[in-house]
Design a protein around this ligand. Sequence first.
Ligand code: PEP
Ligand code: MN
Length: 262
Amino acid sequence: NANRKFHPLDTVVQIGELKIGGGNFQVISGPCSVESEAQITEVADRVHKAGARLVRGGAFKPRTSPYAFQGLRAEGIELLHAARRKTGMPIVTEVMSASHLPLFEDVDVIQVGARNMQNFELLKELGKLRKPILLKRGLANTMEELLMSAEYIMAGGNMNVILCERGIRTFETATRNTLDISAVPMLKKLSHLPVVVDPSHAAGINWMVEPLSMAAIAAGADGLIIEVHNDPQHALSDGPQSLTPDQFDELMPKIKSMASFM
Ligand code: PEP
Ligand code: MN
Protein backbone atom coordinates (compact mmCIF):
# COMPACT_ATOMS: atom_id res chain seq x y z
CA ASN A 1 0.00 0.00 0.00
CA ALA A 2 1.33 3.45 -1.00
CA ASN A 3 -0.34 5.32 1.89
CA ARG A 4 1.92 6.97 4.48
CA LYS A 5 -0.69 6.18 7.16
CA PHE A 6 0.13 2.49 7.04
CA HIS A 7 3.84 2.95 6.42
CA PRO A 8 5.18 6.00 8.27
CA LEU A 9 8.83 5.49 7.25
CA ASP A 10 10.10 6.52 3.81
CA THR A 11 10.50 3.63 1.39
CA VAL A 12 14.03 3.22 0.14
CA VAL A 13 14.08 1.64 -3.32
CA GLN A 14 17.18 -0.43 -3.91
CA ILE A 15 18.64 -0.61 -7.43
CA GLY A 16 21.63 -2.95 -7.20
CA GLU A 17 23.91 -1.13 -4.78
CA LEU A 18 22.12 2.20 -5.25
CA LYS A 19 19.40 3.51 -3.00
CA ILE A 20 16.78 6.14 -3.74
CA GLY A 21 14.46 7.66 -1.14
CA GLY A 22 14.75 8.05 2.62
CA GLY A 23 17.46 10.69 2.28
CA ASN A 24 19.21 9.02 -0.67
CA PHE A 25 19.18 11.50 -3.57
CA GLN A 26 19.99 10.29 -7.12
CA VAL A 27 20.30 11.85 -10.56
CA ILE A 28 19.11 9.83 -13.56
CA SER A 29 20.41 11.19 -16.83
CA GLY A 30 20.80 10.37 -20.51
CA PRO A 31 19.23 11.09 -23.87
CA CYS A 32 15.52 11.04 -24.59
CA SER A 33 16.06 8.32 -27.21
CA VAL A 34 18.85 5.80 -27.63
CA GLU A 35 20.10 6.59 -31.16
CA SER A 36 23.33 4.62 -31.64
CA GLU A 37 25.94 2.77 -29.60
CA ALA A 38 28.38 5.68 -29.85
CA GLN A 39 25.72 8.15 -28.73
CA ILE A 40 24.45 6.25 -25.69
CA THR A 41 27.85 5.10 -24.47
CA GLU A 42 29.36 8.58 -24.85
CA VAL A 43 26.49 10.34 -23.08
CA ALA A 44 26.41 7.67 -20.35
CA ASP A 45 30.13 8.07 -19.77
CA ARG A 46 29.89 11.87 -19.56
CA VAL A 47 26.91 11.98 -17.19
CA HIS A 48 28.50 9.26 -15.03
CA LYS A 49 31.70 11.31 -14.73
CA ALA A 50 29.59 14.32 -13.77
CA GLY A 51 27.88 12.36 -10.98
CA ALA A 52 24.69 10.84 -12.39
CA ARG A 53 24.24 7.33 -10.99
CA LEU A 54 21.61 5.90 -13.37
CA VAL A 55 21.45 6.22 -17.15
CA ARG A 56 18.18 6.73 -18.99
CA GLY A 57 17.40 6.29 -22.69
CA GLY A 58 14.21 5.52 -24.56
CA ALA A 59 14.12 2.44 -26.79
CA PHE A 60 10.33 2.32 -27.25
CA LYS A 61 9.19 5.91 -27.73
CA PRO A 62 5.62 7.18 -27.23
CA ARG A 63 5.60 9.80 -30.02
CA THR A 64 2.60 12.00 -30.76
CA SER A 65 2.97 11.40 -34.50
CA PRO A 66 3.24 7.88 -35.93
CA TYR A 67 5.64 9.33 -38.54
CA ALA A 68 8.12 10.53 -35.89
CA PHE A 69 11.08 8.37 -34.80
CA GLN A 70 9.64 5.46 -32.83
CA GLY A 71 12.84 4.35 -31.12
CA LEU A 72 15.35 1.57 -31.83
CA ARG A 73 13.13 -0.82 -29.84
CA ALA A 74 14.88 -4.13 -28.96
CA GLU A 75 18.18 -2.87 -30.38
CA GLY A 76 17.92 0.22 -28.15
CA ILE A 77 17.76 -2.00 -25.08
CA GLU A 78 20.85 -3.88 -26.29
CA LEU A 79 22.68 -0.57 -26.65
CA LEU A 80 21.70 0.42 -23.10
CA HIS A 81 23.34 -2.79 -21.94
CA ALA A 82 26.50 -1.68 -23.73
CA ALA A 83 26.32 1.65 -21.85
CA ARG A 84 25.89 -0.23 -18.58
CA ARG A 85 28.90 -2.43 -19.35
CA LYS A 86 30.99 0.66 -20.07
CA THR A 87 29.96 2.73 -17.03
CA GLY A 88 28.55 0.27 -14.51
CA MET A 89 25.43 2.42 -14.25
CA PRO A 90 22.00 0.78 -13.90
CA ILE A 91 19.72 1.50 -16.88
CA VAL A 92 16.25 3.06 -16.93
CA THR A 93 14.01 2.67 -19.98
CA GLU A 94 10.31 2.92 -20.83
CA VAL A 95 8.00 0.00 -21.50
CA MET A 96 4.94 0.69 -23.66
CA SER A 97 3.36 -2.74 -23.85
CA ALA A 98 3.21 -5.77 -21.58
CA SER A 99 3.96 -7.90 -24.65
CA HIS A 100 7.47 -6.35 -24.74
CA LEU A 101 8.30 -7.25 -21.12
CA PRO A 102 10.53 -10.25 -22.01
CA LEU A 103 12.94 -7.71 -23.56
CA PHE A 104 13.11 -5.87 -20.21
CA GLU A 105 14.26 -8.84 -18.13
CA ASP A 106 17.75 -7.40 -17.75
CA VAL A 107 16.67 -3.75 -17.43
CA ASP A 108 17.32 -2.33 -13.94
CA VAL A 109 14.45 0.17 -13.69
CA ILE A 110 11.36 0.01 -15.91
CA GLN A 111 9.77 3.38 -16.69
CA VAL A 112 6.04 3.82 -17.20
CA GLY A 113 5.63 6.96 -19.26
CA ALA A 114 3.06 9.68 -18.69
CA ARG A 115 0.92 8.33 -21.54
CA ASN A 116 0.67 4.89 -19.94
CA MET A 117 0.13 5.93 -16.34
CA GLN A 118 -3.39 4.54 -16.46
CA ASN A 119 -2.69 1.49 -18.61
CA PHE A 120 -4.01 -0.67 -15.80
CA GLU A 121 -3.31 -4.03 -17.44
CA LEU A 122 0.32 -2.98 -17.96
CA LEU A 123 0.52 -1.84 -14.31
CA LYS A 124 -0.82 -5.22 -13.15
CA GLU A 125 1.89 -7.02 -15.14
CA LEU A 126 4.55 -4.78 -13.56
CA GLY A 127 3.10 -5.64 -10.16
CA LYS A 128 4.11 -9.26 -10.77
CA LEU A 129 7.77 -8.24 -11.13
CA ARG A 130 10.03 -7.31 -8.23
CA LYS A 131 12.19 -4.78 -10.04
CA PRO A 132 11.91 -1.01 -9.51
CA ILE A 133 9.28 0.83 -11.53
CA LEU A 134 9.57 4.54 -12.30
CA LEU A 135 5.98 5.70 -12.61
CA LYS A 136 5.50 9.05 -14.35
CA ARG A 137 2.47 11.23 -13.71
CA GLY A 138 0.06 11.43 -16.65
CA LEU A 139 -0.30 14.61 -18.69
CA ALA A 140 -3.65 15.40 -17.07
CA ASN A 141 -3.79 13.18 -14.00
CA THR A 142 -4.30 14.17 -10.40
CA MET A 143 -1.96 13.19 -7.60
CA GLU A 144 -4.65 10.85 -6.31
CA GLU A 145 -4.79 9.11 -9.71
CA LEU A 146 -0.99 8.79 -9.73
CA LEU A 147 -1.11 7.20 -6.29
CA MET A 148 -3.85 4.80 -7.37
CA SER A 149 -1.69 3.77 -10.33
CA ALA A 150 1.17 3.11 -7.91
CA GLU A 151 -1.33 1.07 -5.92
CA TYR A 152 -2.03 -1.11 -9.00
CA ILE A 153 1.65 -2.08 -9.09
CA MET A 154 1.91 -2.55 -5.32
CA ALA A 155 -1.29 -4.59 -5.14
CA GLY A 156 0.57 -7.26 -7.13
CA GLY A 157 3.32 -7.32 -4.52
CA ASN A 158 5.88 -5.06 -6.17
CA MET A 159 6.65 -2.37 -3.58
CA ASN A 160 9.56 -0.88 -5.55
CA VAL A 161 7.76 2.11 -7.03
CA ILE A 162 9.33 5.52 -7.62
CA LEU A 163 6.90 8.36 -8.39
CA CYS A 164 7.79 11.03 -10.96
CA GLU A 165 6.37 14.53 -11.39
CA ARG A 166 7.10 15.57 -15.00
CA GLY A 167 4.79 18.53 -15.51
CA ILE A 168 1.09 18.60 -16.30
CA ARG A 169 -1.11 20.13 -19.00
CA THR A 170 -2.40 23.58 -18.11
CA PHE A 171 -3.59 26.62 -20.08
CA GLU A 172 -0.01 27.90 -20.11
CA THR A 173 1.84 27.49 -23.41
CA ALA A 174 5.14 29.25 -22.61
CA THR A 175 6.50 25.96 -21.31
CA ARG A 176 5.88 22.45 -22.70
CA ASN A 177 4.12 21.47 -19.46
CA THR A 178 3.67 23.16 -16.09
CA LEU A 179 5.86 21.72 -13.34
CA ASP A 180 3.52 21.04 -10.44
CA ILE A 181 6.04 21.72 -7.70
CA SER A 182 3.42 21.24 -5.01
CA ALA A 183 3.15 17.60 -6.09
CA VAL A 184 6.51 16.95 -4.40
CA PRO A 185 5.58 17.83 -0.79
CA MET A 186 2.01 16.56 -1.26
CA LEU A 187 3.02 13.15 -2.67
CA LYS A 188 5.61 12.81 0.07
CA LYS A 189 2.99 13.65 2.68
CA LEU A 190 0.41 11.22 1.31
CA SER A 191 2.82 8.44 0.44
CA HIS A 192 6.09 6.91 1.65
CA LEU A 193 7.39 6.31 -1.90
CA PRO A 194 10.37 8.19 -3.34
CA VAL A 195 9.42 11.17 -5.53
CA VAL A 196 11.64 12.31 -8.38
CA VAL A 197 11.19 15.31 -10.67
CA ASP A 198 11.79 15.50 -14.42
CA PRO A 199 12.47 19.18 -15.15
CA SER A 200 13.31 18.43 -18.81
CA HIS A 201 9.84 17.30 -19.87
CA ALA A 202 8.21 19.83 -17.52
CA ALA A 203 9.96 22.80 -19.11
CA GLY A 204 10.61 21.61 -22.63
CA ILE A 205 13.40 24.22 -22.78
CA ASN A 206 17.02 23.48 -21.88
CA TRP A 207 17.83 26.73 -20.02
CA MET A 208 14.96 26.15 -17.60
CA VAL A 209 16.23 22.75 -16.45
CA GLU A 210 18.55 24.36 -13.89
CA PRO A 211 16.05 26.58 -12.02
CA LEU A 212 13.42 23.81 -12.00
CA SER A 213 16.02 21.35 -10.68
CA MET A 214 16.81 23.72 -7.82
CA ALA A 215 13.10 24.18 -7.09
CA ALA A 216 12.55 20.40 -7.07
CA ILE A 217 15.34 19.84 -4.55
CA ALA A 218 14.08 22.70 -2.38
CA ALA A 219 10.62 21.10 -2.41
CA GLY A 220 12.05 17.81 -1.14
CA ALA A 221 12.52 15.65 -4.26
CA ASP A 222 14.45 12.39 -3.86
CA GLY A 223 16.01 12.70 -7.30
CA LEU A 224 15.98 14.25 -10.74
CA ILE A 225 15.68 12.91 -14.29
CA ILE A 226 17.54 15.14 -16.73
CA GLU A 227 17.83 14.68 -20.49
CA VAL A 228 21.34 15.06 -21.89
CA HIS A 229 22.27 14.67 -25.56
CA ASN A 230 25.67 14.81 -27.27
CA ASP A 231 24.20 16.90 -30.13
CA PRO A 232 20.82 18.35 -29.09
CA GLN A 233 20.30 20.15 -32.40
CA HIS A 234 20.23 16.84 -34.22
CA ALA A 235 18.49 14.78 -31.53
CA LEU A 236 15.80 12.42 -32.85
CA SER A 237 13.52 13.46 -29.97
CA ASP A 238 13.35 16.22 -27.35
CA GLY A 239 16.42 18.15 -28.54
CA PRO A 240 15.13 21.57 -27.37
CA GLN A 241 14.98 20.44 -23.73
CA SER A 242 18.24 18.47 -23.75
CA LEU A 243 21.42 19.71 -22.09
CA THR A 244 24.81 19.11 -23.67
CA PRO A 245 27.27 17.08 -21.59
CA ASP A 246 29.18 20.33 -20.96
CA GLN A 247 26.05 22.04 -19.66
CA PHE A 248 25.36 19.01 -17.46
CA ASP A 249 28.92 19.29 -16.09
CA GLU A 250 28.11 22.83 -14.99
CA LEU A 251 24.76 21.92 -13.49
CA MET A 252 25.79 18.89 -11.42
CA PRO A 253 27.88 20.72 -8.79
CA LYS A 254 24.91 23.04 -8.15
CA ILE A 255 22.59 20.04 -7.80
CA LYS A 256 25.00 18.32 -5.44
CA SER A 257 25.44 21.32 -3.19
CA MET A 258 21.71 22.07 -3.11
CA ALA A 259 20.88 18.41 -2.35
CA SER A 260 23.45 18.22 0.45
CA PHE A 261 22.15 21.49 1.90
CA MET A 262 18.64 19.99 2.07
C1 PEP B 1 10.59 10.37 -21.64
O1 PEP B 1 11.00 10.15 -20.49
O2 PEP B 1 11.35 10.54 -22.63
C2 PEP B 1 9.14 10.54 -21.83
C3 PEP B 1 8.54 10.19 -22.97
O3 PEP B 1 8.54 11.09 -20.75
P1 PEP B 1 6.98 11.34 -20.43
O4 PEP B 1 6.33 10.00 -20.46
O5 PEP B 1 7.03 11.97 -19.06
O6 PEP B 1 6.46 12.28 -21.48
MN1 MN C 1 11.96 12.74 -23.75
